[in-house]
Design a protein around this ligand. Structure first.
Ligand code: NAP
Length: 241
C-alpha cells in the first residue's frame, strides 16, 4: 500500500468551510479519505471542491460540541483546525476576547481530542493533527489570547502524544507560517506590516492553504507512523531566520 495514501480512512476536519481547513479537507479527499467537513456554518463550497464527502455542524463556542461525535462511527483522523484571533493592545485586552479565543483554540481542541481518543484508543489506531501557529513559539504583538492558546496547542500536542503514542495514536501539530487566508487579511491589508513579513520569509512568498493541506495529509498517513508529538513548521523558513 502507498504509505502516503488515505484510502479507506475517514477524516473529520474542523473549520473546513474556508481557508486552511478547506484546503486540508480537499487535500485529504484527493489522497483518498472519506472526509467529514465540519463547520459552524455550511461547508457546501468545500464539498463541491472535494466532489465527495459529508458535512457536520460543530460550533466550538461550546468547547464540548464534539463530545458525542466519535462514539457513533469510526473516524480514523481528526484535524483540529478551527481557530479565531482577536487583536488589541495587551493593556486594553478584554476578558471576553481572552475567553472566546481560549475556548475555541485551546479548550475545544483538547476536549475534541479527548472525545476522539476515547473512541480510537480501544481500536489502537488513530491520527490527530492540530493546527498550531508561529505564535506557538513567538510572542506576537496585540494578540495575547491567541498566543496563549497556540502555545497551549503545542504543549497539549506533546502531552497527548506522550500518553497515547504507545497505544497507537499519533498526535502532531502543524505550525503554519503566514498563509493567505481570512485570518491574515488585516496583516496583508497593512502595507508596512505586509512588506516587513514578506522580507523575513526565506521562501520569498506568503504560504498557500494547500501548503498546509499537503502536510496534513502526510501527518495523517502511514508514512508518519513514527512521528509523535512534533510541531512541524510550514513557514517558508520564517523560524529559521
Ligand atoms: P479562517 O479562514 O479564519 O478559518 C478559521 C476557521 O475556523 C473557519 O472555518 C471558521 O469558521 C472556524 N471557526 C471559527 N470559530 C469557530 C467556532 N466557534 N466553531 C467552529 N469553527 C469555528 O483562518 P485560517 O487561516 O484558515 O485558520 C485556520 C487555522 O489555522 C486556525 O487555527 C488559525 O489559528 C491557524 N493559523 C493560520 C495562519 C495563517 O497565516 N492564516 C497561521 C497560523 C495558524 P467561520 O468561517 O464560520 O468563521
Amino acid at each position: 500500500m502507498n504509505p502516503f495514501s488515505l484510502e479507506g480512512r475517514t477524516a473529520l476536519v474542523t473549520g473546513a468551510n474556508t481557508g486552511i481547513g478547506q484546503a486540508i479537507a480537499v487535500a485529504m479527499a484527493q489522497a483518498g479519505a472519506d472526509v467529514i467537513a465540519s463547520g459552524r456554518r455550511d461547508c457546501d463550497e468545500t464539498l463541491a471542491l472535494m466532489g465527495s464527502g459529508r458535512q457536520m455542524r460543530l460550533d466550538f463556542a461550546d468547547p464540548m460540541a464534539a463530545r458525542d461525535v466519535f462514539a457513533g462511527e469510526r473516524i480514523d483522523i481528526l484535524v483540529n483546525n478551527a481557530g479565531i484571533i482577536r487583536r488589541d493592545d495587551a493593556v486594553d485586552f478584554s476578558e471576553a476576547d481572552w475567553d472566546d479565543v481560549m475556548d475555541v483554540n485551546a479548550k475545544a481542541l483538547f476536549f475534541t481530542c479527548q472525545a476522539f481518543a476515547r473512541a480510537a484508543l480501544p481500536r489502537g489506531a488513530g491520527k490527530i493533527v492540530n493546527i498550531a501557529s508561529l505564535l506557538s513559539f513567538q510572542g506576537g504583538i496585540r494578540v495575547p489570547s491567541y498566543t496563549a492558546s497556540k502555545h497551549g496547542v503545542a504543549g497539549l500536542t506533546k502531552l497527548m502524544a506522550n500518553e497515547w503514542a504507545a497505544k497507537g495514536l499519533n498526535v502532531n501539530a502543524i505550525a503554519p507560517g503566514y498563509i493567505e487566508t481570512n485570518n491574515t487579511e488585516a496583516l496583508r491589508a497593512d502595507p508596512d506590516r505586509s512588506r516587513a513579513i514578506l522580507e523575513r520569509i526565506p521562501a520569498g512568498r506568503w504560504g498557500k492553504a494547500d501548503d498546509i493541506g499537503q502536510t496534513a495529509v502526510f501527518l495523517a498517513a502511514p508514512a508518519s507512523d513514527y512521528i509523535n508529538g512534533t510541531v512541524l513548521n510550514v513557514d517558508g523558513g520564517w523560524l529559521a531566520r
